[in-house]
Design a protein around this ligand. Structure first.
Ligand code: IPM
Ligand code: MN
Length: 356
């Protein structure tokens, strides 16, 4: 069978990093005898510039008809600095998440032995930290309505909305992942203030008895923000709502020493999407300096989560570990030593896999 991969490179460094992930995928498919067929489509600012829509219908069509989506990054400063822009690249990402039904975003947070010294946290705090943050991705304040401005423009509002059904499916997923790991689930909310959070907590308490072997705790998001950097090893699986998850995972990404190392998988109803958690890093676009590892590791998650190919995923992880060990790294983690280019890192990884 030929696996159909939709490639949505997007903006900024997106095309360069996705190119390296493709190299790595090609090395894997060659080695293991799989067949991949890639089809590219527009998304983000690039899509706005070319066709006036950040997530065109053809792109959606392609995603729906693919076995997995490999996604680069979106965003452009010309939109960030223009609050009045009517069409924004981010709307494309949100529409893709919503229309593909990607309600769960899995963001594994872990450390790499040879990078630990790059972490802003003390080695003894982060060495061995390993948790999975499950971020709800299609609800909450990102999508709640009403959203907008009063007629005189002097008041603005967003709405945080969650249905019991949306909460239950993501919390159950949290329990299931905890069951496959160290059997500890932290449900993060702000139940002392927010009505949606109180519903989250109520549903957590309702479903917890179905998972008697999982130790569950409830934690306020402000406390969680503190514990992530003071005691990250206490976490196993964390499940939380959309915006809390967005913020906490950026925070958690620094544990590994570079945001350029953290992958993610968005799963749900239709085709799953695999993308780095970092943004489009426009300052580096076209310079061949960006770290491709987060995207390469997202491809590893694609093999594991979309195709159940565990050996393939493991070999990609091994290649990344070995590249760090060998010092074949981009400038963000080069530590004053020789920095390799984005494409050199990609070539090295592909070659490692082919020779393995
Ligand atoms: C992410 C990003 C997006 C988000 C932006 C680009 C809309 O920060 O994937 O974490 O907030 O979800
Ligand atoms: Mn984010």
């Amino acid at each position: 069978m030929t696996y159909k991969i939709a490639v949505l490179a997007g903006d900024g460094i997106g095309p360069e990093i996705v190119e390296q992930a493709k190299k790595v995928c090609n090395a894997i498919t060659k080695k293991f005898g799989h067949k991949f067929e890639y089809t590219e489509a527009l998304v983000g600012a690039t899509a706005i510039d070319q066709v006036g829509d950040p997530y065109p219908a053809e792109t959606h069509e392609l995603c729906m008809n693919s076995d997995a989506v490999l996604f680069g990054a979106i965003g452009h400063p010309k939109f960030d600095n223009d609050p009045s822009a009517k069409v924004r690249p981010e709307q494309g990402l949100l529409k893709m998440r919503k229309t593909l039904g990607l309600y769960a975003n899995l963001r594994p947070v872990n450390t790499f032995k040879s990078l630990i010294h790059k972490s802003p946290l003390k080695t003894e705090l982060v060495d061995g930290a390993d948790f999975m943050c499950i971020r709800e991705l299609t609800g909450g304040i990102y999508f709640g309505r009403p959203q907008g401005r009063s007629e005189d423009g002097q008041t603005a509002y967003d709405s945080c909305v969650y249905t019991a059904e949306e909460i239950e499916r993501i919390i159950r997923l949290g329990f299931e992942y905890a069951g496959k790991r160290r059997k500890k689930l932290t449900i993060v909310d702000k139940a002392n203030v927010l009505a949606t959070s109180r519903l989250w907590r109520e549903i957590g308490q309702k479903v917890a008895p179905d998972y008697p072997d999982i130790e569950v705790e409830y934690m306020f998001v402000d406390n969680a923000a503190m514990q992530i950097i003071t005691w990250p090893k206490r976490f196993d699986v964390m499940v939380t709502e959309n915006m809390f998850g967005d913020i906490l995972t950026d925070e958690a990404s620094v544990i590994s020493g570079s945001m350029g190392m953290l992958p993610s998988a968005s799963i749900g109803v239709h085709t799953s999407v695999f993308e780095p958690i970092h943004g489009s890093y426009p300052q580096a676009a076209g310079k061949n300096i960006a770290n491709p590892c987060a995207t390469v590791l997202s491809a590893a998650m694609m093999f594991e989560y979309a195709f159940g190919m565990m050996k393939e995923g493991a070999l990609i992880r091994e290649a990344v570990d070995q590249s760090l060990e060998a010092g074949v790294v981009t400038e963000d983690i080069a530590d004053g030593k020789k920095a390799y280019s984005t494409s050199e890192v990609g070539d090295w990884l592909a070659e490692y896999i082919e020779k393995a």
